[in-house]
Design a protein around this ligand. Structure first.
Ligand SMILES: [Zn+2]
Length: 216
């Protein structure tokens, strides 16, 4: 391009002369398509970056529109308002999302992966209670350690009647997920914070052989 006087700042107007394209003759064989472009008249209005959206309309460019055009859409999950509430602490919300998708690397998932890759099935157990296999349902909050945490925190936000099963807790939260009442906001925060604390304790024991001991 530089050989013909163009650079990255060159504009369309630089290759149009009297309404006709004025491409370097050497490009005729290399880029024949350029010579087939229809002629055009340029206006004096400032340049704009435009985008043809999914409805075929030419609209001002926005990366948000591009993302909405190319992304795969799915049904909104009924728990989304509980997880992605504006009041939630982002790192707690992200962990809740992983739990709901059953995507944490709990030992049952590690074992499955290990069996596929190495063909082995080493015995492992929950590092919080040493009594059962570590799964999502076990950690949140059916493990004896986690259950103790849950029983302490649930009474502080009016969830005393909600048992220690994650699915039951989520079922209780979903119809209240849009509420801005202080107790409902607190209930969402405390479930997410309790899950985060348990996962942190598990990781401290799993990776660093550390731990804070049983909750009081
Ligand atoms: Zn356990």
């Amino acid at each position: 391009m530089a050989r013909y006087g163009y650079n990255v700042m060159s504009k369309v107007a630089d290759v149009i002369e009297n309404g006709n394209w004025n491409w370097p003759e050497d490009w005729r064989n290399v880029y024949p398509v350029l010579f087939q472009l229809p002629s055009m008249n340029l206006s004096n209005t400032p340049d704009q970056i435009l985008w043809q959206n999914s409805e075929g309309k030419i609209v001002p460019f926005a990366s948000k529109d591009v993302w909405n055009t190319i992304r795969i859409r799915d049904q909104q999950k009924d728990w989304s308002k509980f997880v992605w509430s504006a009041f939630n602490i982002p790192k707690h919300a992200f962990l809740c999302w992983l739990i709901l998708k059953r995507k944490l690397w709990t030992q049952d998932r590690i074992l499955q992966w290990n069996r596929k890759v190495h063909g082995s099935m080493n015995q492992m157990c929950c590092l919080l209670c040493y009594a059962d296999l570590e799964t999502h349902d076990h950690l949140f909050f059916q493990c004896s350690y986690s259950e103790k945490v849950w029983r302490i925190v649930r009474s502080k936000v009016g969830m005393t009647m909600v048992n220690e099963k994650w699915d039951d807790i989520v079922e209780w939260l979903i119809p209240r997920a849009k509420s801005r009442a202080i107790r409902m906001v607190a209930s969402r925060l405390i479930v997410a914070a309790a899950a985060y604390a348990i996962w942190s304790e598990r990781n401290a024991r799993f990776f660093f052989f550390l731990g804070k001991g049983l909750p009081r």
